[in-house]
Design a protein around this ligand. Sequence first.
Ligand SMILES: Nc1ncnc2c1ncn2[C@@H]1O[C@H](COP(=O)(O)OP(=O)(O)OP(=O)(O)O)[C@@H](O)[C@H]1O
Ligand SMILES: [Mg+2]
Length: 326
Amino acid sequence: MADTILEAEGLYHVYESKAEDGNVVALRGLHINMKEGEAIAVVGPSGSGKSTLMKCLGGLMKPSAGSVTLVNKNMTRLTGHELVELRQKTVSFIFQEGNLLPDLNARDNVAQPLRHQGVKSKKALAIADQMLTRLGMAHRVHAMPSMLSGGEQQRVAIARALITQPRLILADEPTGALDPVTSREVLALFKDLHENDGVSFLLVTHSKEVAAFADRSLELRDGRFVAEHGENVDVEDLSRDRELIVDDTGTVTLPPDILVRLGGAGRYTVGNLSSGYISLQGESVESLGKMVLAQTCPACKHEYGDSDDQMCPSCGSSRPMVEAKS
Ligand SMILES: Nc1ncnc2c1ncn2[C@@H]1O[C@H](COP(=O)(O)OP(=O)(O)OP(=O)(O)O)[C@@H](O)[C@H]1O
Ligand SMILES: [Mg+2]
């Protein structure tokens, strides 16, 4: 069995706020265990906590509770200096946006992580040029970030992330800003690193292709992993090929579409309990109000009509459950 490269236990994160809507609990007790060489996708609707999770896993944000272990070192216990060193050696990030230092040109941006590791400037710049060439950016090495398109900036960011030859890449919608052709090229590069160099990937994505690249996908909803999907995940219809997750506190979260089919929130009796099998029978579901999927998106007012989409096709918000009108 391969070694664990990244492990998180009981991860919670609360964004504190004095504003009217109060605190936001973005992560609610997540567990994750990632083996060296694995590629895992994190899928789920907008606001489910994907970016928060990535920041906590990468040591960029301290979770409110829980622990993160990177190559057998508990990050939550490291000092600032130790943390920086561990990150530099092991992991690279690719964010949704804002990856580049605005005052450095493309090649200096890409070379910077190597220089931080003490590599001589001339050598670092030469490697940066090679990396930029690999990403089809050879003609733009002297451009400042503000002069590059979104997709070009993202390619520079990817070059910067790869230059230190990290063992793990954490990427938050890495191809979100790229056109389909560039996106496919970047994915081919990731595949090469994954298959031939054993690099591990944890990628947040809404893209079919990116999710298909992963060995498995974890479905995040309202700050909890609700299910796991195998290699052929369909990001547009997560209700297919889903395995529910029961965590070690015994908690299982039912995705909203399953809850609807079961009859909604309420009390259930447990019958037929045996190893690997459980059956639930609705008790007084009716009296607690039957829940159905909302007809209208609360964020953008999109009308769902007959569709059983879980995610709003126009704004990406998670589709809530509402009490059925009788
Ligand atoms: N800095 C912050 N302060 C307060 N709340 C925040 C902050 N950042 C995120 N949130 C809230 O935390 C929750 C999770 O946000 P997060 O950015 O992790 O979602 P996401 O899954 O990455 O969404 P998207 O797909 O839109 O990028 C949301 O409810 C969001 O409004
Ligand atoms: Mg996000």
